[in-house]
Write a protein that binds this ligand. Structure first.
Ligand SMILES: [Zn+2]
Length: 424
């Protein structure tokens, strides 16, 4: 190979031209140890479609390039070829988690009463567990004392997923998840609550628009805030550059949440006193307005049943979810991980299998967990895609997730911010 100042000529000239990249050099012109990593595999799913054999190039934690032309990698790159059967895909996005919750029978007690240091340890363990399953981005929709933000500040990115956080959900006095510390009623208090979240560095405002089944005395069918309050919260959050997420189960409350302009609707169960009943008019509006629906899925095998309000309605909820999936609504997956034994922090792959079982084609499931998820949590372009400039969060699977989503548990490697996780 002939080396000219600042140029590479010879076997890798085409690749160097293709990628517009010259290897780093000493003042004497010698090539330095390269920081450029290349991952090759027989199939690449880029977040939108399967692209055939290809390679991704990683530098400084970002995707420098993605290539499907069959060009040789630059000679100075460190190349890892995972083989013809392997698939590369973007890291996954779980749109609804609770890192501070320990997934035990007593999760509410722990998150309410443990000291902040203990909760932070719980959250650190939870974040690491999610990352090991290939979840490289989570949206935390309910911590205590803004500890998900503390985790983000204190733990290096390579040891946790990217964290999009709401802080404590805004709720009524004594309302659903009041024990997390986010109680506020009346316009002044609600505006102050939204502003506090913006000042503390939250990315999203989470509102308990209705009651929930995790809180003693709270009823999922009960509406906590009227439409004027919901609209006020959304307007202020958007004015401050934050996205918005509404927890809601009852149909009437879902109508007010749509009116208010929330970015994502959590759960979307259409619960009724004796089951669940989809309202077609509301589903039509969600589809037309392209609002993200965050379905709560995923369950660890062999664990106790979900909360009574959910367990008693399983058949009806399956009916609702099946229709929602068939409607063409934009669906993302949230596990609600942490809230109980059926929701450990490594439950996300099972949620995707469930989504397919409810009727979503596997390609759409993969898009939902990558590009769509990233857009829903406010990170479009940075997460959920394999394209130049995106963060280098990359999964390597041993077989095709399109043929069988259980391939998501056949992880050969997880790269987070360009670093390969040890042990994968
Ligand atoms: Zn939740």
């Amino acid at each position: 190979m002939i080396v000219l100042p600042g140029r590479v000529v010879g076997a890798s000239a085409a690749a160097a031209a293709l990628f517009g990249h010259d290897p780093p050099r000493t003042p004497q012109g010698h090539m330095m140890q390269s920081a450029l990593q290349v991952l090759k595999a027989g199939q690449v799913f880029d977040g939108v479609q399967a692209r055939g054999p290809g390679m991704v190039m990683i530098e400084n934690g970002l995707l420098r390039d993605v290539d499907f032309t069959g060009a040789a990698p630059p000679e100075y790159a460190t190349v890892t070829d995972f083989g013809a059967d392997a698939w590369l895909l973007p890291g996954l996005v779980d749109a609804h988690v609770h890192l501070c919750w320990d997934a035990s029978m007593d999760a509410v007690d722990h998150v309410t009463n443990d000291d902040p240091g203990t909760i932070l340890d719980t959250a650190r363990t939870a974040a690491a567990a999610a990352l090991r399953t290939g979840v490289t981005t989570v949206r935390d929709l309910g911590d205590r004392d803004y500890l998900a933000l503390a985790l983000r500040d204190q733990v290096p990115p390579t040891q946790r997923p990217e964290i999009v956080a709401s802080g404590p959900p805004i709720t009524t006095l004594g309302g659903h998840c009041h024990f997390l510390g986010g109680e506020a009623e009346g316009s002044d208090a609600l505006l102050a609550a939204v502003r506090e979240r913006a000042e503390r560095g939250c990315d999203v405002v989470k509102v308990m628009a209705g009651g929930g089944s995790m809180t003693p005395g709270s009823n999922p069918l009960h509406q906590q805030y009227g439409s004027a309050d919901l609209r006020l919260i959304v307007e202020e959050a958007h004015r401050l550059g934050l996205t918005t997420a509404a927890h809601v189960h009852a149909a009437d409350t879902i109508g007010d949440v749509i009116d208010a302009g929330f970015d994502t609707i959590e759960h979307f169960t259409f619960m009724t006193p004796d089951g669940a009943g989809l309202r077609d008019d509301l589903l039509d509006r969600v589809v037309k307005q392209r609002i993200f629906v965050s379905l709560t899925l995923g369950e660890a095998p062999g664990t106790p049943t979900p909360p009574p309000a959910i367990a008693a309605r399983i058949e009806a909820l399956i009916g609702v979810f099946t229709k929602v999936i068939a409607s063409g609504a934009r669906i993302v997956v949230g596990t609600d991980s942490g809230i109980g034994p059926s929701k450990p922090h490594d439950v996300f792959p099972s949620a995707l299998v469930q989504l397919a079982e409810l009727g979503m084609p596997t390609f759409d499931v993969l898009r939902s967990a990558t590009t769509e998820g990233a857009e829903a949590v406010g990170l479009a372009g940075r997460k959920g895609v394999l394209r130049p400039g995106a963060d280098a969060d990359v999964l390597v699977l041993g077989s095709s997730p399109v043929a069988d989503l259980s391939a998501l548990t056949d992880l050969r490697a997880v790269y987070r911010a360009g670093h390969r996780l040890p042990g994968n």
